[in-house]
Design a protein around this ligand. Structure first.
Ligand code: NDP
Length: 328
């Protein structure tokens, strides 16, 4: 049976892609074959689509680091045809063909059941970025964050930032959003931001490793000098969930905020996240992410728009979450 897929190839060191027709026999190894409904666009997909970051070693390749769909065939006792499933992480879309196709074949232990109460499209509106946002909130809570304080979210109009803000606001935190885009201020307020700060305030290296202690917690999607400034402004004992590096991987600070203020720097990784925590995060998303806010941050695109979307997400020009409907 043939199906459509967005396939990338490498020629003369340059990566490009197009929608092509593939056959079941082209699919990689795996004990479950899924008829994909939708995937999403994440920052990492932008890197893969543009051949950056050395995430993909073998071409041709089908990108797409997450997907939702229906099991078509399974030799695993855990899934039967007709089951609704989602996948995020496990380097699918990097070292294994991913969700930018009408079919995917994967290992059953990478899948989780679609949570009841979520459609495939809404599950992917959450997708990897939203799932990671929930892991970040859970990490802050595990480190003692309690409602009432002001929580900073950087990269706020991006996918991860948008979901983190909507969840934090729903849980009763006051949220301060950092953005470089003046045109997203109304969007951020609608998602629950109480305060909006200009990205420029965070783009220079901080003059001192500690500044006035303000934030009760932080979700950082940006890294680099932004994270160094976030660290400098944390309140005593406050945790930071460090999730991303859209603004760079270097970090210049000192041990002082960690020793003298007890700041907690918590790394968040969604890729290898253990199953039990994965299931808990999805349960929490169903409970704590308002669906009207999720819908307001979501746009839908066909496979054919991926080259343009891949360029735009790397420039920080994509707002909220983009669901890739593979059947459009
Ligand atoms: P998006 O592109 O949707 O969001 C990133 C946001 O960061 C942008 O919208 C922009 O927000 C801001 N930004 C972009 N470039 C810069 C820059 N140079 N300096 C400062 N701010 C910048 O990406 P995602 O939300 O999908 O992912 C965000 C980060 O999180 C990425 O680094 C990604 O790789 C990482 N990530 C990590 C995961 C994990 O498991 N740890 C999982 C998923 C994502 P604004 O315009 O509002 O300023």
């Amino acid at each position: 049976m043939s199906f459509s897929a967005f396939v990338i190839e490498e020629a003369d060191g340059k990566v490009s892609g197009a929608v092509r027709s593939l056959d079941d026999a082209d699919l990689p190894e795996g004990d479950v074959t899924v008829r994909v409904a939708c995937s999403t666009l994440n920052y990492k997909d932008g890197l893969v689509l543009n051949g950056l970051g050395k995430l993909v070693r073998q071409y041709p390749h089908v990108p797409g680091i997450d997907f939702a769909g229906t099991v078509e065939a399974s030799s695993s006792p855990d899934y039967k045809p007709g089951d609704k499933v989602i996948l995020t992480g496990w380097r699918v879309g990097e070292t294994h063909w991913g969700g930018y196709a009408q079919k995917a074949r994967v290992r059953s232990d990478w899948l989780v059941p679609l949570p009841s109460g979520l459609s495939e499209r809404r599950a992917m509106a959450i997708g990897t970025a939203g799932f990671t946002a929930m892991l970040a909130v859970m990490a802050l809570e595990d480190h003692g964050l309690v409602a009432g304080g002001e929580v900073l979210v950087t990269g706020a109009s991006g996918g991860l930032g948008s979901v983190a803000m909507a969840v934090l606001a729903r849980l009763g935190y006051r949220v301060a959003a950092v953005t470089g885009r003046a045109e997203t201020h109304d969007y951020l307020r609608d998602l629950g931001a109480d305060t909006i700060l200009d990205r420029a305030e965070f783009s220079e290296a901080p003059k001192r490793p500690m500044a006035s202690a303000r934030w009760a917690g932080a979700v950082d999607a940006v890294g680099g000098t932004t994270l160094a400034n976030v660290i400098a402004g944390m309140a005593y004992g406050a945790p930071i969930a460090a999730c991303g590096n859209a603004g760079g991987i270097d970090l210049h600070t000192t041990v002082l905020p960690f020793i003298l203020r007890g700041v907690g720097l918590l790394g968040v990784d969604s890729v290898m996240c253990p199953k039990e925590r994965r299931l808990r995060a999805w349960d929490r998303l169903v409970r704590d992410l308002p669906l009207d806010k999720l819908d307001a941050m979501t746009t839908v695109a066909p496979l054919a728009e991926l080259p343009e979307l891949g360029r735009r997400i790397l420039k920080g020009q994509v707002r909220g979450r983009v669901v890739v409907d593979v059947n459009l």
